[in-house]
Design a protein around this ligand. Sequence first.
Ligand SMILES: [Zn+2]
Length: 598
Amino acid sequence: MVVMTNKFIVYSVTPYDPAGHRLRVTLQVPAPTPEGQELFMPAWIPGSYLIRDFARQVETIRASSRGQAIGIRKTGNHTWRCDPCAGPLDVEYTVYAWDLSVRSAHVDETHAFFNGTSVFLGVSGQTDQPCRVQLNPPPHTGNWKVYTSMPLATGHPDAAQRHGFGLYQAPDYDALVDHPIEMGTPQVISFTAHGALHEMVFTGVAPNLDLERIAADTKRICEAQIALFEPDTLDVPFLDSSDRYVFMTMVTGDGYGGLEHRASTALMTSRHDLPVRGRDNAGKGYQDFLGLVSHEYFHTWNVKRIKPAVFAPYTLTQENFTELLWVFEGFTSYYDELMLLRSGVITEEDYLTRLGKVIAHVERGPGRLKQSVADSSFDAWTRFYKQDENSPNALVSYYTKGSLVALGLDITIRQASDNQRSLDDVMRLMWQRYGRDFYRGNSQNGVAEDDMPALIHEATGVDVADFIARYAYGCDDIPLQQLLAARGITLERKSATDTPDLGIRTRANGQHLSIATAYENGAAHRAGLSAGDTLVAIEGLRVTDTTSMNRVLSMWQPGDTVQVHVFRRDELRSFDVTLDAPAVDQVVLTRKSSNETQ
Ligand SMILES: [Zn+2]
């Protein structure tokens, strides 16, 4: 197909005011609708299921055609309408960009990072048109470069200059907003995984960063995942969109998070979790970072190409409801850890320790008995993404419990098929059917809401309909002890301490310790204590932090009743609390020695 050059919707982006955190964006629509073109800003960013109203960061906007100003006005939270015009429509606007997260945009004198969903106005009715973006440097900064998986526009003079400012290109709006862009002077390392180029970009202060170690470990994780989905060809999934995959990491003091894209990911991590040169021991924080890397990379297949049908395509101006995030986030959370183990970047002992923590975390929340992971997925927009003090009592995480559903399915399939089939076969079938040609084919199909039992049966011959009904669409606890025992792993539930339990989560604020959550039916809840109460004293002894609280509690036994003073708002109140046995907050998984297993 020949695409007419004048059909390109052309943008430019300039970080013109880094100190004020502002981007200037221009948009040219060559053939606006004669009735008056509507423009929209996405209300949310795929991968993060919350209405974020990115349009509210648009500060100024004006429209013109052939040099003549024309009217433009807001028609809704996320939409504008321009007055009718015959010729090309030009729009110029400024965007405030000061959100240090992977989800929107952040600009200062050191760098600019932005997602297209925060920056590029969509042209209603023309989202299938090809787009070009002229990326401009900020004033007074000569040494910034550009890092993105978005391809340079072919034939443009800058095409030979990788990482240069200049003209970039995307085949449609959906692609345009799925290649986040970093500009600045980051630390960069690249490697190939099964022959394909991968870049790792680290922005922010990270002295002595051991880039070579991070790249070597990431390469192993990537190669393990590629081998899972394409064991015969070892083809990477992203060449339909880019010549490379880019890990864009923002390094901060204590951040953690990631967001997946079709040929890149935006990550945020603490510098203290990253390895430094000359030190062998990187610790648990580094495992967490590699787990994040593994998670987002796995999404390149699972959710960026294998998608719920309702995400094919996304509707960016309103919520897209699906019950399937237990598959797209839960299975991804199962495999992110499993791939650390399979690639050899962590030991089996590390893997079991990390899995035990997930199980303990899920089992600590009474909300798991009220909400299924399918319901948690559907309600993500208003509940999982809007958590409050009662969330542990009311919600379950489709990430953590979803990963345990995946574990349970994997073991069930392996047992029922005499180890001939596994969840890997399910992932491969979904990849072949929905994912592999998603951005190549003409019809973009996704997984229908109730497809999973049939898909798993087709891939493995194992009927898991009851399992899914009970543990994904119902609230039953997965029988992990029996399932893991069949794999030669013992599961033991323990308490980390012998301190009697108040049944609360706490939050430290300055000199005070307050109740973040009173677990339903816990000692505090039964006595009338509440989230938000500031602990003052237990049996007349002052409590200021968890250490002083646990010291006092350890003087008592389960079943003893103690007087607890708290401030509720500015009112001093007293409660008689009957203490519970130490909380079961640890799950220890151990592989039985080989002569104990068959
Ligand atoms: Zn995810």
